[in-house]
Design a binder for this molecule. Structure first.
Ligand SMILES: Nc1ncnc2c1ncn2[C@@H]1O[C@H](COP(=O)(O)OP(=O)(O)OP(=O)(O)O)[C@@H](O)[C@H]1O
Ligand SMILES: [Mg+2]
Length: 216
């Protein structure tokens, strides 16, 4: 199975989600790998901290230097219900990202629920549609107590054909930043935290969606 995590807007939490989901979903998909398309290499950096500290399981991260290499890295994960490739996309509208998204079973679009990010969703829609995909929008970055922003985003997404809103909401929490710096997922960092609860709920929701894909 292949999941792309993409957004044309930078800094919306793509890498943070990718590393947390990889570390959580590896218990269900023992062959889990990250494909990092972002030149900043933040997923590779996190995996490096992890290896340096001897934290297991190790999460393998692949990078590519040309679009031609993408089929080679993705092939073992296509139509394979036991293996999972999480693609940390560097944006949306490049040959690299389109190539990975076009063969993904699921495209997740994390967004913060503010106007500037919502505007980026509008721009991304044509790419998602051209690829024949549904973009699963994740509210990733509401303030811990905010309610109104959640309904605003839900209304916006329900008006946009081509997007669906995920039920899980991931909020702004210091644990996400601290866990990244420690080379861990938020569940490994503090399994009783709210952040851990959110990632566990998101992983479950994603598994349900992937089961739907398998059934066709
Ligand atoms: N849920 C969260 N709570 C608090 N901070 C977060 C959360 N998600 C991400 N961050 C922080 O926001 C910043 C951007 O996150 P991240 O690097 O994951 O985003 P990105 O979309 O991958 O960015 P880029 O476009 O630069 O690759 C980082 O400092 C990260 O620690
Ligand atoms: Mg990133």
């Amino acid at each position: 199975m292949i999941i792309s995590i993409a957004n044309p807007k930078g800094g919306v939490g793509k890498t943070t989600l990718t590393v947390n989901l990889a570390t959580t979903l590896i218990s269900k998909y023992p062959d889990t790998r990250i494909l990092e398309l972002d030149l900043q290499r933040s997923s590779s950096l996190w995996a490096g901290y992890r290896t340096e500290r001897g934290i297991t399981p190790e999460i393998p991260v692949s990078t590519v230097s040309s679009v031609k290499q993408i089929p080679e890295v993705t092939a073992p994960y296509r139509d394979n219900p036991r293996a999972l490739l999480l693609v940390d996309c560097g944006g949306i509208d490049s040959d690299f990202n389109r190539s990975a998204m076009s063969i993904s079973d699921l495209v997740i679009i994390p967004t913060r629920p503010s106007q500037v990010e919502v505007y980026a969703l509008t721009r991304a829609l044509s790419v998602i549609k051209a690829l024949g995909k549904t973009g699963y929008v994740l509210n990733n970055g509401s303030f811990p107590a905010s309610i109104s922003k959640l309904t605003d985003l839900a209304e916006y997404v329900s008006d946009m054909d081509g997007y669906k809103l995920l039920n899980t909401v991931v909020r702004l929490r210091a644990d996400f930043q601290d866990a990244y710096g420690a080379g861990m997922s938020v569940i490994e960092y503090n399994r009783n935290s709210k952040a851990a609860e959110e990632i566990a709920a998101l992983a479950k929701e994603i598994q349900r969606l992937l089961k739907g894909v398998k059934r066709g």
